[in-house]
Design a protein around this ligand. Sequence first.
Ligand code: PMT
Length: 397
Amino acid sequence: MTNLTNRKIVLGITGGIAAYKCAELVRRLKEAGCEVKVVMSESAKHFITPLTMQAVSSEMVSDSLLDPSAEAAMGHIEFAKWADLILVAPATSNTIAKMAAGIADDLLTTLLLATPAKVAIAPAMNQQMYAHPATQANLATLKARDVLIWGPGKGEQACGDVGAGRMLEPHELVALCTATEQPQLLAGKTITITAGPTREPLDPVRFISNHSSGKMGFSLAEAALKLGAHVNLISGPVTIKAPVGVNLINIESAEQLLNESLTYAPLSDAFIGCAAVADYRAANVATQKMKKQGDELTLTLVKNPDVIAAVANLTQNRPYTVGFAAETQNVESYAKGKLKNKNLDMICANDVSQSGLGFNSDHNALTLYWQNEQLALAVNSKTRIALEVIKQLAKQL
Ligand code: PMT
């Protein structure tokens, strides 16, 4: 695994002769483990075809802001949020000028305005155009906005001139992508994360469950992978895909979750209980489908084991143990109570009373509590919240 494994890169190709090198660039990024989506400007298509880029990236190439079918598959704002890095290569003087001015007149320049991700450009143009004060002023503007400027290289140019203006080679760009990645704070560490809901059967066709989608736990798993950890992800039934590279263990009930957790936790440096575990299960599971009888049905439920408390109370090979507290009221006091009563090292208080946050949404906000400290993480995508939680965890290991 490289430290580009699972990185999501949007490669924006603009219209310069160096665009022909982009097939090689995509191939190398994919070899390094990245997911790459390609966006092309109109003029880029004169230098390399969308079909070539589709073949090397194994993804549809995007080139239009106004294509309803592309927007239906992944809207441009969603696209902008998907990326960990947008790399514009080759970046022409025209695109650089548009970026400096904040012009959004095609898909790529719109993504560049809409993205919260890191942006890097690999300028490529005639040496005279590169040296022009307008281009230099535009580059200075972008640099001041923390856009990463990679290159250009010096040498003989396609037009016959010699000087600065060549796009860096694909292997140099891949190395620069690698260098911008997260420090491998969790290299050599194993993190076990629980995610999703549990299902507690009532009969062969019915169960008790909850609205957990697994998104928060899966985002934590992805963040831990990014920081170099080996990740065990124990998940209840969800419809989302696990990040490539995790050891996924599927469970259904709380008892299965307990068994798998007690297998993996003692082998781990840290355990994060993000799963929404049913507190109770049916005392008796009917072997046949229960038939409708009368106007009322009384179920007898019995308490489920407390998975995270069992992990936190291991007497041997106890991992650093992080819980979540999903609360609709008295968030701070209930979360602190769980931190203490379950013998946890850290807890992530999740106020799930706010619509659009918590269960089954792409966003969240958490307050992290340790025995004597706390840290609020404001509303953000689960991806970014998860990265912050994992960075905080890494400090403790
Ligand atoms: O999956 P998503 O749709 O992305 O939603 C994310 C989430 C809201 C489910 C997640 O952020 C979250 O808050 N998870 C914890 C949900 C929960 O069960 O909280 P709780 O307060 O009931 O439990 C406290 C802690 O004890 C949790 O770490 C839980 O995993 C654990 N627990 C609870 C009961 C039980 N029997 N065993 C446990 O281990």
